[in-house]
Design a protein around this ligand. Structure first.
Ligand code: NDP
Ligand code: 8X3
Length: 257
């Protein structure tokens, strides 16, 4: 289907990361004005300087609710009416079994992937409803549907994102506001480097001898969902590399059963 809708103003969280940068370039290519949210001012400046559309950058930790509220309240008039919110900032920390995990890591994942995403949504949504149009695209994960060893809180945090997205749909029927959950599998970005806290060898092993998706592949799905005509809502997209698929359930075997 050809594109028949273009969001005028797109806000992207985690804009300085792998997915976020790909989204920024793709929506800039469509001529959208962009609000780029990230923690690193230098990376935000570098990203913005490579784009030829109007850009407003917001340097904030998405977990800092007062700072997020202030930044959204202070958006310049030209950027204030957000048509498309892409809740993308997120992370996994650690892949050890739950009983050997770091509770601080658990809190950071929940605070970032869930609480911050919900707060951002709650701040942007009333304006969309008042304008009778808007779209929220939440970046979830296959981890939200298919648990795996060492996934515990990360998997659960993404299940929250998927279910929150579907529940929003239930509330937003009749408002003109759309919601989409994007659920990628393995995509090569800094995601694993972050998960393994800078251990490049461990991170590289995740992607070794296989063909992961790229951030641009994910952007393809996001742009498609985000440029469909206003009557058309994509609820969920699950995407993964051809070289990835669900695995068997784990079974413990010992002579005693
Ligand atoms: P990256 O690590 O490349 O990007 C993550 C982005 O989130 C960075 O810009 C990072 O900023 C930002 N971020 C993290 N915490 C905060 C915070 N507290 N405040 C503001 N920004 C923050 O990873 P991806 O691009 O791969 O990940 C993007 C999203 O996609 C995440 O939600 C991830 O869970 C999800 N995902 C990733 C998959 C993958 O295999 N790569 C698959 C499925 C889903 P900073 O650089 O400052 O830390
Ligand atoms: C990222 C994909 O499989 O590492 O959400 O959890 S996975």
């Amino acid at each position: 289907m050809s594109q028949s809708y273009r969001p005028e103003t797109v806000l992207i969280t985690g804009a300085t990361g792998g997915f976020g940068t790909a989204f920024a370039h793709r929506f800039a290519g469509l001529g959208c004005r962009l609000v780029l949210v990230g923690r690193d001012a230098a990376k935000l400046r570098a990203l913005a300087s490579g784009l030829t559309v109007p850009v407003h950058t917001v340097q904030v930790d998405v977990r800092d609710r007062p700072a997020v509220e202030a930044a959204l309240a202070a958006l310049p008039t030209d950027f204030a009416a957000i048509d498309l919110l892409i809740n993308n900032a997120g992370l996994a920390l650690g892949a050890d079994p739950a009983f050997r995990s770091n509770l601080d890591d658990w809190e950071v994942m929940i605070d970032t992937n869930d609480k911050a995403l919900a707060v951002m949504t709650g701040l942007v949504l009333p304006g969309m409803v008042a304008r009778g149009r808007g779209h929220i695209i939440n970046i979830s994960s296959t981890a939200g549907s298919y648990p795996y060893p060492g996934g515990h809180v990360y998997c659960a945090s993404k299940a929250f994102v998927t279910q929150f997205s579907l529940a929003l749909r239930a509330d937003l029927i009749g408002t003109g506001v759309r919601v989409t959950s994007i659920e990628p599998g393995m995509v090569e970005t800094d995601f694993s480097l972050v998960r393994f806290k800078g251990d490049a060898e461990k991170a590289a092993r995740v992607y070794a001898d296989t063909t992961p998706l790229t951030a641009d592949d994910v952007a393809e799905a996001v742009v498609w969902a985000g440029t469909l005509p206003p009557h058309f809502n994509i609820n969920r997209i699950e995407l993964m590399p051809t070289t990835q698929g669900p695995g068997a359930l784990g079974v413990h075997r010992s002579p005693k059963g």
